[in-house]
Design a protein around this ligand. Structure first.
Ligand code: GLU
Length: 448
């Protein structure tokens, strides 16, 4: 694992100084800069054009007040964000996250990663992220609707199908996208389908978008396995989380013959050696918005463990699909002890830098989120294509396009890693391939 090269150190220092107290953003920038040493040596034009410094500064950042009333008629207040990082490759694109942990540093780390992830898909989308510290947990549909309407009442003026196209992320799914789209339509008097992705199938959404991040994650890992003459057949797999990414990752692993034995939520994790009953997870999490601990009520052979520790379970493959920095140094050591061979990030930046180092040094093949989980936003871009042509594609066709994008993306990472003298290094490959695509477009577009 590299360190930030001497020539790039001043850029990291500048980012830390200009963006104080945004630890996750600093971490995301550092992880990319660690890969770029050989790139700037080979391409002095990137340094001459100050491409990296410009990329670390968002094109535009919007922070706004979101007042709303709860069901008891009390006034509630949240903070809304949209950080439009880079539009060199296409309209700003990236999700909205509603979670109490959201602050500017989280939105900026996610927006920064999104630039490279979106570039890696090969599709014409820039990078952005947004969200709010609103906590949807325990809120009624009516409260969520009023919050979304208030959020959009400010955000509508900053977005558009050719400007910025938000979508979902943690805490924002089809329900929230519906309320947001309804309010946008009402304010603008335009049925502008392409302004948001992750829409419902009857109102401009795309087949496979819901499944795409989880499916894409597994397609990527399947490609990693295939490259070493292996497959998912019979593999023991851990998937953290039980949200949208985790659920569809589990579904695809099971389809490909792997056995998922554990998944989790913020209360703890369940272990089911017989293999997770996904219908039950969907019923608990999607239909009832319940807690993962309820799983053992109907599966007596399974157990629930409160708190952390999912990575202590012996496995072949670990897919962190919950949240940032959930897999730390001690977890990496536990995974190595349990025989894990592959770690691939379904979530954004779930593995801490020291954990990545331990895994890689221990011989684990590690693949970063900006490559592995790019299937979600790639399918958003497919939704935009369908909206632009007022078309809707069949499930199988859309899934095949996603699979093809993930295969190409995987190969692009490996080829780039080879080209820059780091064979098999998915982190370097993803960072460099994503960066060079954006950097070349920035140079072509002049100083803007
Ligand atoms: N939030 C997802 C991500 O992290 C999807 C963004 C999108 O579809 O625009 O990539």
């Amino acid at each position: 694992m590299n360190r930030v090269s001497e020539s790039l150190q001043p850029i990291l220092e500048e980012v830390i100084r200009r963006n104080p107290a945004e630890a996750e953003f600093h971490q995301a920038v550092q992880e990319v800069l660690e890969s770029l040493g050989p790139v700037v040596t080979r391409h002095p034009e990137y340094t001459d054009g100050e491409v990296i410094r410009r990329l670390c500064e968002p094109e535009r950042q919007i922070i706004f007040r979101v007042p709303w009333t709860d069901d008891a008629g009390r006034v509630q207040l949240n903070r809304g964000f949209r950080v439009q990082f880079s539009s060199a490759l296409g309209p700003f694109k990236g999700g909205l996250r509603f979670h109490p942990s959201v602050y500017l540093g989280i939105v900026k780390f996610l927006g920064f990663e999104q630039i490279f992830k979106n570039a890696l898909t090969g599709l014409p989308i820039g990078g952005a992220k947004g969200g709010s510290d609103f906590d949807p947990k325990g809120r009624s549909d009516a409260e969520v609707m009023r919050f979304c309407q208030s959020f959009m009442t400010e955000m509508y003026r900053h977005i558009g199908e050719h400007t910025d196209v938000p979508a979902g992320d943690a805490g924002v799914g089809r329900r929230e996208i519906g309320y947001l789209f309804g309010q946008y339509k009402r304010i603008t008097d335009r049925y502008e389908s392409g302004v948001l992705t992750g829409k419902g199938l009857t109102w401009g959404g795309s087949q496979v978008r819901t499944e795409a991040t989880g499916y894409g994650t597994v397609f990527f890992v399947d490609e990693m396995l295939r490259h070493s003459g292996d497959s998912f057949e019979g593999k023991r797999v851990l998937v953290s989380g039980s949200g949208n990414v985790a659920i569809y990752a589990i579904e695809k692993v099971q389809e490909l013959g792997g056995r998922v034995i554990a998944c989790s939520d913020s209360d703890g994790f369940i272990v089911d050696e017989a293999g997770i009953d996904l219908d039950l997870i969907k019923e608990i999490k999607q239909e009832r918005r319940g807690r993962i601990s309820e799983y053992t009520d109907q599966r007596p052979g399974a157990r629930f463990v409160a708190g952390e520790g999912i990575w202590d379970i012996p496995c072949d493959i670990a897919l962190p699909c919950a949240t940032q920095n959930e897999l730390r140094g001690a977890d990496a050591t536990a995974l190595l002890r349990g025989g894990c061979r592959i770690v691939a990030e379904g979530a954004n930046m779930p593995t801490t830098p020291d954990a990545i180092r331990l895994l890689v040094d221990g011989g684990v093949r590690f693949a970063p989120g900006k490559a592995v989980n790019a299937g979600g936003v790639a399918t958003s871009a497919l939704e935009m294509q369908q909206n632009a042509s007022r078309d809707s594609w069949a499930f199988d066709y859309t899934e095949e396009r996603l699979a093809e994008i993930m295969r190409t993306l995987h190969d692009r990472c490996l080829e780039t890693a080879d080209e820059y003298g780091a064979p098999g290094d998915y982190v370097a490959g993803a960072n460099i391939a994503g960066f060079t695509r954006v950097a070349d477009a920035m140079l072509a577009l002049g100083l803007v």
